[in-house]
Ligand binder design. Structure first.
Ligand SMILES: [Zn+2]
Length: 107
């Protein structure tokens, strides 16, 4: 398995330059109960398809960034540092749009 990832700072590199930080999980907004806290800490969707993930440029600038990647094909749709991934500045995601249209919650 080898594919390319685009570091927002350094540019495109082999995936072996990067460390995987896991899929993005929404943090509970208020004080969570035990069940909710366990779900936040241990349960992952393990999506077979496109999901948003954390990566860091381990062999380069060491920046943490987010990527949207198809876990089946390893196609990376976009990458961005967290400061520009809020709702108003995030790149347009066809997956997010499709999920919004279908009513499915974005992970
Ligand atoms: Zn970098």
């Amino acid at each position: 398995m080898s594919f390319l990832l685009n570091c927002p700072i350094c540019g495109t590199r082999e995936v072996t330059d990067f460390g995987f930080g896991g899929e993005i999980v929404v943090r509970p907004e208020s004080r969570p109960g035990e069940r909710e806290l366990n779900a936040y800490n241990y349960f992952r969707a393990n999506t077979d398809g496109v999901q948003r993930e954390w990566w860091w440029h381990r062999a380069g600038c060491r920046t943490w960034f987010q990527a949207e990647r198809n876990t089946s094909t390893n196609e990376v749709l976009w990458t961005a540092v967290p400061e520009i991934t809020d709702a108003t500045q995030a790149p347009v995601s066809p997956v997010a749009e499709a999920r919004a249209a279908g009513g499915e919650e974005l992970r």
